[in-house]
Design a binder for this molecule. Structure first.
Ligand SMILES: [Zn+2]
Length: 344
């Protein structure tokens, strides 16, 4: 207990609060920019058990914000490397990992075993899935999101207020962007992930008279001009999740073709974003040729098997040259254009 003295002298935590942390089980989805500070602070504070899930591999463009990774880790699985490093520092922590992207069946299996779930993902599909399974089991979801200089933190918890679908009824179409597309700065991820750790700690200790967690509220921070908003999220009357008959079958299935470890081929559509939104092949991801031309590299592993596709084949061929120049090893071009896959 001496190790945690600076925490236990706080009346909001106390020795009893510390004992609760030791017995707590936390599930973190995403071992990226948010997952790094979240897992490190919770481990350092003395949380007893943490599992981390991520199917993604470390890419050189992750290093400025995923600060526990080094050059030697490039190409390795994020969850595995992070859990190994954290486990070395905090020897009393019971840490484990899953080197896959979260899918419905895994979420249904794992979530009941944990006190809360921390959403450190970077895409709406995963957030909806985490929300839905949290709703099913009435688990607190510690939500975080970052883009460019902005960050969001909040808590969704079915029995105590709103859920994520009360905020976003369906996956927003116009803003489908993740950090790979929109850009982000490391300290923004560090700050938001740390705030998620603070909120998780409050929920675990459960002294809501002394420490007020952001239940049913989302804080929006803009670090470029220090503007800030705190939004109460009311429970939406028509929200699917709060319907009395909400059940497993209502939960969306998330299938991500991207970056499966050692696995499936990734279909990358190199047309521009507006073309992609107009029509794209299911499970393809978009990485416009214009970005490659400007020197930006996509976030998949160098050994990822990739098929490039565009409207005809010109842009795919040019993209292949550029990716090969960036040391990507398994790049092929589709011999068909995207519209040839369109079902009419
Ligand atoms: Zn809801």
């Amino acid at each position: 207990m001496q190790r945690y003295h600076r925490q236990t002298i706080l009346p909001q935590i106390g020795v009893d609060g510390q004992k609760i942390l030791h017995k707590s089980k936390v599930l973190i989805i995403g071992a990226g920019g948010l997952g790094h500070p979240a897992i490190q602070y919770l481990a350092a504070m003395g949380v007893g058990e943490i599992k981390i899930i991520d199917g993604d591999s470390v890419h050189v463009t992750n290093l400025p914000r995923q600060i526990l990774f080094s050059d030697q880790d490039i190409g390795g699985n994020k969850a595995e490397i992070l859990s190994r490093k954290i486990g070395r520092i905090y020897s009393n922590l019971n840490i484990s990992f899953e080197s896959v992207f979260l899918e419905k069946s895994l979420a249904l299996k794992l979530f009941p075993d944990f006190d809360l779930i921390i959403d450190c993902t970077d895409n709406f599909e995963s957030k909806f899935l985490i929300n839905d399974v949290c709703v099913l089991y009435d688990k607190p979801m510690i939500y975080g999101a970052i883009s460019q200089f902005e960050g969001q933190v909040g808590i969704f918890w079915k029995s105590r207020g709103a859920c994520y679908r009360c905020l976003y009824p369906s996956i927003p179409k116009s803003t489908i962007q993740n950090c790979a597309e929109a850009g982000v700065v490391g300290p923004v991820a560090g700050t938001i992930g740390s705030l998620q750790a603070v909120e998780a700690m409050k929920i675990l200790i459960n002294k809501f008279d002394k420490l007020k967690p952001l239940i049913g509220r989302v804080n929006f921070y803009n670090f470029s001009d220090h503007s800030f908003r705190s939004l109460d999220i009311p429970r939406r009357q028509t929200c699917l999740c709060h319907a009395p008959n909400f059940k497993k079958e209502n939960i969306i299935e998330v299938k991500r073709a991207e970056c499966k470890v050692g696995g499936s081929v990734l279909l990358v559509d190199v047309r521009e974003k507006d073309e992609w939104h107009e029509f794209h092949i299911k499970d393809s991801i978009n990485f416009p040729l214009s970005k490659l031309e400007s020197g930006l590299a996509p976030e998949f592993a160098l050994n990822q098997e990739v098929i490039l596709i565009c409207k005809a084949s010109m842009r795919a061929k040019r993209a292949k040259e550029l990716l090969t120049g960036m040391n990507f090893k398994n790049i092929q071009c589709s011999d068909k254009g995207v519209y040839e896959y369109q079902t009419r």
